[in-house]
Design a protein around this ligand. Structure first.
Ligand code: GLU
Length: 620
């Protein structure tokens, strides 16, 4: 394939994205919105692309138009990454090819959220079958129940656990992508690294969001590689628009492109990752053997496909709690009598929100008790789908009345006789979502993460000795820090060697009821709230009758079996008052989702990207 430094269409759109904080709505979509075929150039090195000067703006809320395409569509959280995917698809690549190219560019341009130092889940549709591919990080052999306990046997403060070598799991993103590429790639593996190698070597324009996050970040500058890469001599974060080069990453990409992933899992890159973690002031147990042991094949899992309304929703099974929890809540809601008015002035009504919050409380109570890595924990019944059995969900729905139930208790969907402890709620945040539908009818929904913004704050240069590198995840803090609950009962999601931490990531593919026709690819970052953001988008599209962009634009609302949290400034006071009168503890927070969704339409596709982040949709 030819990689153009920046396609014509994307220059136009990047300018719009970066210079114009608020742009006009849908009628500006069409050929002027960045969707024109890029003019391919035969000599990429001669391409005369000048990165625009960009003002230092906050990312805030930037309305997005929604994008209509006819042949293919790609949505990613960063315009440069979306552009790489676009060019791959335009050059005949498959959805999986585009996902590989996008992930490499995201490692560079959105390093705070995902990368080769992290993990990912990918859902795939090949026109006939749905597949689920697991690139979740794995706990090292030396990581046991006491990993996050102090000398007195008490759990470490959460931030201390995050900012340490202890939190680093063996990264799985590359192994997973290689597996899927072997099956569904159309372009050679090495070609897919070209956009990222070019951008890392020649430099890319640091985005406003990355700048903002670097400025707020306290611990990252403690890492020498990160300090030299992202900050100036006075310790100030480089401004947005700064042309950031990352020679170490370019060199690592070159090696992985040419030599394959062995260099990452068994070669110099593995050795450097291990050294950085072990030499950290609060070291972790990861070894070169752990790196070499990450499975490079058979990373497939059986996806869970669940009927809902007139649709079939396919999602990721455990170790993700995303699909099970979302479909429990949506399934419980199906058993409730919907209030007469569910949406008013583009905001859900208090009565409808009450149903949503109560259903999610019940689902989160089960999630926190039962869901963990299936290699270590049995499902509460014959299979995980027991948790979605209509009779069980009907019983759960019967617990919902007109007033808030307060905190929900876990149910008993089919006891295995195993008692499991209660998982405390722990914060998580970061992550990126990619949705792609190619011209051959394949689709990808991939959510990818290094866990927190900037992960463990440990960087590796892959042993190159060059400036720059990539961030290592802190995914192991997705385990319960404490192995037991307050009654001393072991928690399903406790740390164990070789185990994958429970996730909330919910990459989702939507089909018609008999599962034969793809309707959408959806997903979001956002920690545990990923589950609500994804549910909200499905509800927006299929219950409220909105297009993908309008569904994403809806205000966010979250309940993880505690307070009912509303997106700040988006709900009228009366809604909060009514919820409070029903007994809800109401809180307002920013709730920054990063949803991407592509929907199949009669004429092609219609995609939306979250106005709360920098994502875009591109296509032809
Ligand atoms: N590490 C989280 C998970 O796998 C995702 C973090 C986030 O999206 O903020 O569930």
């Amino acid at each position: 394939m030819k990689y153009n430094r920046f396609s014509e269409g994307s220059i136009l759109f990047a300018l719009l994205m970066l210079l114009v904080p608020v742009f006009a709505a849908c009628d500006e979509a069409g050929p002027e919105n960045g969707l024109r075929p890029a003019e391919r150039q035969d000599h990429p090195s001669e391409m005369n692309y000048n990165t625009p000067r960009q003002p230092e703006i906050g990312t805030g809320y930037t309305p997005k138009p929604g994008w209509e395409t006819s042949e293919f569509a790609v949505a990613a959280a960063n315009p440069l990454a979306a552009d790489a995917g676009y060019q791959v698809l335009q050059n005949g690549g498959s959805a999986v090819d585009a996902a590989v190219a996008i992930q490499m560019v995201l490692t560079l341009t959105e390093p705070q959220s995902s990368g080769i130092g992290g993990g990912a889940f990918l859902m795939h549709w090949d026109g006939e079958t749905v597949g689920a591919y697991d690139g979740r990080e794995i706990a090292p052999a030396g990581a046991g129940e006491t990993l996050f306990l102090d000398d007195d046997g008490e759990p470490l403060p959460f931030d201390e656990a995050v900012h340490s070598g202890r939190s680093v799991g063996v990264p799985g993103t590359l192994a997973m992508l290689k597996t899927v590429h072997e099956k569904y790639g159309r372009l050679p593996w090495e070609e897919l690294f070209r956009p990222a190698i070019t951008l890392a070597g020649e430099g890319f324009s640091l985005s406003p969001r990355l700048h903002q996050q670097l400025t707020r970040e306290k611990r990252l500058p403690e890492d020498e590689i990160a300090r030299n890469l992202f900050y100036d001599e006075d310790g100030n974060a480089h401004p947005s628009g700064y042309i950031l080069k990352n020679p170490a990453l370019a060199e690592n990409f070159r090696k992985i492109a040419e030599e394959g992933i062995t260099v990452f899992y068994e070669g110099v890159i593995a050795a450097d990752i291990v050294r950085r973690v072990q030499e950290h002031p609060d070291p972790g147990p990861i070894t070169v053997d752990d790196m070499a042991r990450y499975p490079t094949q058979n990373l497939t899992r059986d996806p869970i496909c669940t009927p809902w309304l007139d649709y079939t929703i396919c999602g990721f099974p455990p170790p993700s709690s995303g699909h099970l929890t979302m479909m429990q809540a949506l399934g419980i809601m199906e058993h409730l009598d919907a209030p007469e008015v569910i949406l008013q002035d583009s905001v859900p009504t208090a009565e409808w929100l009450h149903h949503f919050f109560e259903s999610f409380k019940l689902a989160f109570a089960d999630r926190n008790r039962y869901i963990a890595d299936p290699a270590f924990i049995d499902p509460p019944g014959d299979s995980w789908e027991t948790m979605l059995h209509p009779e069980y969900l009907q019983l759960r729905a019967a617990q919902i009345g007109n007033a808030s139930m307060g905190i929900a208790e876990p149910g008993d969907p089919g006891s295995t006789g195993l008692q499991k402890g209660r998982h405390p709620e722990q914060p998580d945040q970061g992550t990126s979502h990619i949705s792609i539908i190619d011209r051959y009818g394949n689709a990808v929904s991939m959510t990818t993460t290094i866990e927190q913004g900037f992960g463990s704050r440990i960087m590796s240069d892959g042993g190159t000795g060059l400036p720059g590198g990539f961030l290592l995840n802190n995914e192991l803090t997705d385990f319960s820090l404490s192995p037991t609950d307050s009654d001393g009962v072991p928690i399903a999601n406790r740390v164990e060697p070789g185990k994958r931490p429970r996730s909330s990531m919910s990459p989702t593919l939507v089909f018609d009821r008999d599962g034969g026709r793809l309707l959408a690819s959806v997903g979001s970052p956002g920690g545990a709230a990923i589950i609500h953001y994804t549910a909200k988008t499905l509800i927006g599209m299929y219950v409220f009758g909105l297009n993908a962009q309008e569904a994403i634009d809806l205000p966010n609302f979250v309940n993880t079996n505690g307070p009912s949290v509303l997106e700040e400034g988006r709900f009228p006071r009366e809604i909060m008052d009514t919820l409070e009168a029903m007994g809800h503890e109401v809180a307002e927070r920013s709730l920054t989702s990063g949803i991407q969704a592509i929907r199949v339409t009669e004429d092609g596709f219609f995609g939306g990207a979250d106005p709360r982040r920098e994502g875009v949709v591109m296509g032809e």
